[in-house]
Design a binder for this molecule. Structure first.
Ligand SMILES: [Fe+2]
Length: 290
């Protein structure tokens, strides 16, 4: 039985059904999924019944997994599954002034996971375990197609950006709105790194405009000028016409290509309803600049 692939928008994203991800996939089924991933950038697998072991097993088919960074929002544990939760270890909702919640503010900015690392993430997989009862309060996740953005750039801009690198810096993106959310240890672990602004997919050659909130300025350009250009490019890359808003249902596994899509968490009543997602992250193949 083959998988069903239904596009979510005319531009990118697809819903994948007729597959049970709790079972080991044969090579042909996995190849179909991998092909859909490379083509559509965001895949939604509804009604899955994953535990951490099956989520890790499926995610690992795409490559080695990143381990979580120990930080204040995950009790400094390092694992293959990152638990995104607004409950404390006793199962109580965190207060609005809890540093673990405040830490998440940065996830509301458009970003590509781990772009502040020398080898940025290839893919992330988010599995919805617990959601607020009212679908309007479910903290949707929004995606933007960096391929559609690249395709729509004027040719002169494409030529100008080809071969250029942006400097991505975790401390920069976590200083937004005047709030400093990193500590000295994180600043040491994540120094500024260069990332290609135009990235081509190694399988199909599709190019993407690789920008996001971690990108601080452009190598070889005055800092203010580069920052202004990056802000302009980010606004362009996240235009409504090439975005997709995911409205979560329990059991959804959403997999996204960090090389070709940005995402952001949408605000919701985070102190009122429990919401727990489990995330696995597939590491990238190597640096984007050499
Ligand atoms: Fe993210």
């Amino acid at each position: 039985m083959s998988i069903s692939v239904r596009p979510l928008t005319p531009v990118f994203g697809a819903q994948i059904t007729n597959v049970d991800l709790t079972r080991p996939l044969d090579d042909s089924t996995f190849a179909d999924i991998e092909n859909a991933f490379e083509t559509h950038s965001v895949l939604v697998f509804p009604q899955q019944a994953l535990d951490d072991a099956s989520q890790i097993a499926f995610s690992s088919r795409f490559g080695a997994l990143e381990t979580t960074q120990g930080h204040i929002a995950n009790n400094f544990t390092v694992k293959q599954v990152s638990v995104i939760s607004n409950l404390d270890p006793d199962g109580r909702l965190m207060a609005s002034n809890d540093p673990r919640l405040i830490y998440r503010i940065g996830q509301r900015n458009w970003h590509s996971d781990s772009s502040f690392k020398k080898v940025p993430a290839k893919a992330s997989l988010l599995y919805a375990r617990v959601l607020p009862p009212n679908s309007n309060a479910c903290a949707q996740t929004q995606f933007a197609s960096l391929r559609a953005a690249y395709d729509a750039l004027p040719e002169s801009r494409k030529r100008e950006l080809e071969g250029r690198a942006a400097i991505h810096h975790y401390a920069y993106s976590r200083r937004n709105d005047g709030i400093q959310l990193t500590n000295a240890d994180e600043d040491r672990r994540f120094p500024p790194v260069a990332q290609a602004i135009i990235r081509a997919n190694p399988v199909n050659g599709r190019k993407a405009l690789y920008v996001g909130s971690h990108a601080s300025h452009i190598a070889g350009m005055p800092e203010a000028e580069g920052r202004a250009l990056l802000q302009e490019l980010l606004a362009f890359a996240t235009r409504e016409e090439w975005t997709y808003m995911h409205h979560w249902q329990v059991g959804d596994l959403v997999m996204y290509d960090n090389r070709a899509a940005l995402h952001r968490a949408r605000p919701y009543a985070i102190t009122e309803h429990a919401r727990i997602l489990h995330r696995t992250t597939v590491a990238g193949d190597g640096p984007t600049v050499h």
